[in-house]
Structures are given as structure tokens and as C-alpha cells.
Design a protein around this ligand. Structure first.
Ligand SMILES: [Zn+2]
Length: 253
């Protein structure tokens, strides 16, 4: 019996997964009898957004996975459908760690509510550049604290690895699933609005030279927030970096 069926706080809508897979040209992994692992489906647009963010820097970065959860009518398994991957702006990043800061968390949940108000947070992702796709103790703690439902997923990717670039971890205890279980839709399932605000054009009196840019860039919109978050997180980063550094030394050793 799937744990979430005994609770009243969240009741996923039923889904005919086989029909859904046929409709969207999805190749599902073999579904073992009796398994309660979620079936993980990622929209093509979300998958590309995740990788764009992962490849944007050589330090660790991360973000939230937004989407929907259903219950497969045939197998009773949860179906986690990831519709969007939202980068965490202002997360505390270093070469060997990524941490959601309170400011980053506030920003992410505000973006989710603004752009995908009908959806929920189904998981999170982060990168391990050149470290491999395992879960550290910090990662397990993060998953246990914030993404601890049976249908929650954590995706860790190593954009610098030559193989084994994707790790999947589900539920409160970060149970690892084979990367091949992840179903990436071959085409966008829905048109997902990119989580970037439209440039704002500000009128300037024609007789005066403009004293500031008339088009606000994404960096100008979020840059100060990132700087404040980075400064505020600095103390925490030192502790996390020290922990991760020790871990990496053990890995190397
Ligand atoms: Zn990690």
C-alpha cells in the first residue's frame, strides 16, 4: 500500500499512465509488480532548463522541480510529472556545495506561485561538477527535511562527467533509482513559460539624456538580491564548505 493513500493531506488525481505515455510518446521503464517507487517523467522544456543551469557555471548550483503528482490507476504507483526546473537565484554555491538560503527559498516559492500556481514542488535538483552523482550527507539532510514524500525526487547531475551524469533519489530516505528510470519527454508536453521576467521598459523624457538604462536586465532585477543573499549566507557557507571539503578529501583519498 502506498503511504500517501492513508493520509488526507494530499490525494493525487488518478491517471491512466499507459494512455498518457502513448499520447505523449513516452517510453516507460519496466514497472515491477508491487513497487511503490514513483514513475518519474520530466518535460523536455524542464529538462533543458535544468541542464542550461547546470552548465552555466563550474560551481554547484541547484533549484526546484515544479510539477504535478498523479496516481497510476493500473499499478497504484505515484507518477511524478516535472513540468519546470526553476534555478535557485541566491543559493550559496561553491565548487563542492550548494545550499538553499532562506532568500533563495523565498524567491523560488514566489516564482512557483506566480508562474505555476496550479502546480506543486515535486523535488529539487543540484549539480556536482566533476564530483560524480552521489548524495552527500548534506544532500540527504536536505531531501529528508524538505522533499520527504514518497513521490518527491532529487536529481543530481554532473555536467563534467563523461558518463553517469544523472543520479535519481526518491523519498525521505533518498532511495536511489537507476538513472534509466527517468523518462524525459521527447517533446514539450506543455508550453512552460521560462521563469525569466520580461524586460521592463521605462519611459524617459525625450529632451533629457537618459540617466539609467531604459531596459532592466535580469541581472539588474535580481543582482542585488543575489549579492545580499550571498553576503547573508557567507557564514553558513564556510561551515558547509569545510564539511564538503573534508568529504572530498576522503573521496580523493
Ligand atoms: Zn550534493
Amino acid at each position: 500500500m502506498v503511504a500517501w493513500k492513508s493520509t488526507t493531506e494530499f490525494s493525487p488525481a488518478p491517471l491512466d499512465l499507459a494512455a498518457y505515455a502513448t499520447e505523449h510518446h513516452l517510453t516507460l521503464p519496466a514497472l515491477e509488480d508491487g513497487s511503490i517507487d514513483p514513475v518519474l517523467i520530466v518535460d523536455r522544456t524542464a529538462w533543458e532548463a535544468l541542464w542550461d543551469h547546470a552548465r552555466s557555471t563550474d560551481v554547484e548550483v541547484g533549484g526546484l522541480l515544479i510539477g504535478e503528482v498523479f496516481r497510476d490507476e493500473a499499478t497504484d504507483r505515484p507518477v511524478t510529472l516535472v513540468r519546470a526546473a526553476v534555478p535557485a537565484l541566491g543559493g550559496a554555491s561553491s565548487a563542492v556545495s550548494f545550499t538553499f538560503t532562506p532568500d533563495a527559498w523565498d524567491h523560488l516559492t514566489a516564482e512557483r506561485d506566480r508562474l505555476w500556481s496550479e502546480m506543486i514542488t515535486v523535488g529539487w535538483f543540484h549539480t556536482h561538477p566533476n564530483l560524480g552523482v552521489f548524495y552527500s550527507g548534506t544532500d540527504r539532510n536536505t531531501q529528508h527535511a524538505f522533499f520527504n514524500r514518497p513521490w518527491n525526487v532529487g536529481i543530481v547531475v554532473d555536467p563534467l562527467a563523461l558518463s553517469d551524469q544523472v543520479g535519481l533519489f526518491v523519498g525521505a530516505h533518498s532511495r536511489r533509482l537507476p538513472a534509466s528510470d527517468l523518462v524525459v519527454a521527447p517533446e514539450p508536453i506543455v508550453v512552460v513559460t521560462a521563469p525569466v521576467p520580461a524586460p521592463v521598459t521605462e519611459p524617459v523624457a525625450p529632451t533629457q539624456p537618459p540617466t539609467r538604462p531604459t531596459v532592466r536586465t535580469v541581472w539588474e532585477t535580481y543582482g542585488s538580491r543575489v549579492a545580499v543573499a550571498a553576503a547573508g549566507a557567507a557564514v553558513g557557507v564556510v561551515a558547509v564548505v569545510a564539511t564538503e571539503w573534508v568529504r572530498s578529501q576522503r573521496r580523493d583519498g
